[in-house]
Write a new protein. Structure first.
Length: 273
């Protein structure tokens, strides 16, 4: 019997059946429809979940399965979506999350930063409480505040799908890192220039008028690395947590760049007076 791991085959069967009835459906449309039929928000979420379940004890390229006994401690976030390459300071007050950070510090310095589905929930402990995709991050600094809260500085490393949670006093996860798709495609290269142009309008900045080298002050890389560009621009946008999470869940770099252009074309949200 087929399950969600057979989604691509199901989409192909659906597309062929519709074609036989003279109904044209693209591959992307078929995948999106199958994802929704299976109860997922959209195809990117389902794709991440499929990838996370393809567990392997060996490495294939840059993708490595991390077994349960080496589960990565989880830092659940109420109102932050961390992206690869992003450096962020986060404040940790929940005891279980403090323990996760402490465990990471005495092991390999890595944590899994993942957004909660419901920011108001104090004790996330199941896959349903967390988004399906987070980011493996290095803990590069931590300080204890006067009130006991930890101020932790993390650097995002790689998109990661959550496969299974473990809990032996510290919430941790078996994970499968998610590789970029179409990162060096001609589409991504062309869209990179469009993203830079859109960001100048969105942020009210004219890079051509800036002195050489000063563009780095705005936190933007060159267009030579489309994936890095997309993940650098995404945190700079005044968008919702859900919109940023959708960008994080998009492994196809060209699609991610297209989505960024759409969001910036909509303009900055108006401030509430």
């Amino acid at each position: 019997m087929r399950d969600f791991r057979d989604a691509k085959a199901m989409a192909q069967t659906l597309r062929e059946a519709l074609h036989a009835k003279s109904v044209a459906f693209t591959n992307s449309e078929s995948l999106e429809l199958v994802a929704r039929i299976l109860g997922f928000r959209h195809w990117n979420v389902l794709a991440a979940r499929i990838q996370a379940t393809q567990l392997s004890a060996t490495s294939v390229g840059a993708t490595t399965y991390i077994p349960a006994e080496a589960g990565i401690p989880i830092v659940p976030m109420r109102d932050l979506v961390l992206f690869p390459h992003m450096i962020s300071r986060i404040f940790v007050a929940r005891e279980k999350t403090r323990q996760a950070v402490e465990r990471a510090i005495v092991s390999d310095q890595r944590v899994l930063v993942v957004a909660q589905r419901n920011g108001g929930y104090d004790h996330p402990g199941t896959l349903e409480d967390l988004h399906a995709v987070g980011v493996i991050a290095n803990v590069i600094d931590r300080q204890t505040q006067v009130d006991g809260t930890l101020k932790v500085t993390v650097r995002g490393l790689q998109r990661t799908g959550l496969a299974r949670l473990t809990d032996d006093g510290v919430l941790a996860a078996e994970v499968t890192p998610i590789d970029d798709e179409r990162g060096q495609s001609t589409e991504a290269a062309a869209l990179s220039s469009a993203v830079i142009d859109a960001y100048q309008i969105y942020a009210g900045v004219d890079f051509s008028a800036l002195p050489p080298g000063s563009k780095v002050r705005f936190g933007l890389p060159s267009i030579g690395n489309p994936s890095l560009l997309a993940d650098t621009v995404a945190p700079l946008l005044s968008t919702s947590i859900e919109q940023k999470q959708q960008l994080l869940e998009t492994s196809d770099v060209a699609t991610r760049l297209e989505r960024l252009i759409e969001l910036m074309s909509a303009g900055r949200p108006k401030a509430v007076e």
